[in-house]
Design a protein around this ligand. Sequence first.
Ligand SMILES: [Zn+2]
Length: 322
Amino acid sequence: MRPLLILVLSIALTAFSGCSSCGKGASEDARTHVSVSIFPIYDLVRRVAGPDADVALLLPPGRNEHSFDPTPKEIATVTKAKLGVMVGLGLDPWMEKLLRDAAPKAAILKVGEKVPTLKIKDDPVGDEEADKARKKDDDDDHGHDHDHAAEGKGAVDPHVWLDPARARTIVRAIGEELAKVDTAHAADYRRRATEVDASLEALDKEVEGRTKALKTRGFVTFHGSFQYFAARYGLDIIAVIEPYPGSQPSGEYIAKVLSVIKKKEVPALFSEPQLDPRPAKILSDEAKIPLGVLDPVGGGPETDSYEKMIRYDVAQLEKHLR
Ligand SMILES: [Zn+2]
């Protein structure tokens, strides 16, 4: 056994000294690893990080952002993280749990806490009767596994990133946090954050112009993710089919939404790539209006940057709200 141990040790030492002389092994270990919960925030972080940090996305594109069960591979990725970036505000609690378990020493940046927030509207249909129907449904509905305290009435809407103006604040917060975690590259992180901020400023101006030109300003979404976007550009979300993520609306509530769609002559419904399209299709058939797609998370071939995701959504509104 002894000679074998010595042999193994000497091979290991040779390999180690070989590596340290080239310097690559040491610098690989010292690299800053960052894990990010969802694609739009990941895109901003990877651009601010540039070549100075390795940034990993956890939620695979196409998946709903409100729940996620990480695989062992994703858990292994998080283990290396010096920094975890998430939205917070109840959007991605799975990320916080993952960081606590796999990388308890990592710093956590919750970008949602850096910007002003809005509450989820109690009355997304704008119709008293419908609200009453919902309220009754809520009262009757105890005993299921949905967390009303986190997502129910009066809860903060966590979809802050869909307003490009708030995204500008977020990108600067990302630059500052990276500068804190990896001080050697602080100036580079801040410089790139300023560059991304300039791109978002241009995007914000472009979207302002394009949404101003929309003839119809009201639309109906499936999941309540576009409130910040609508508020930024003076658009009106007439109804949300599923105002509280993961909470199935009652048939009575959906009937009310349908009647408002007809009464207000809503020109189109919008589904989302992360959701089952079938209920949306049934509703748009029922209301006899077209079904568009609004993507709040992106990461697909047409939405592989923050700006492309927002432009995709604006193009969808332009297509259906003329
Ligand atoms: Zn959402």
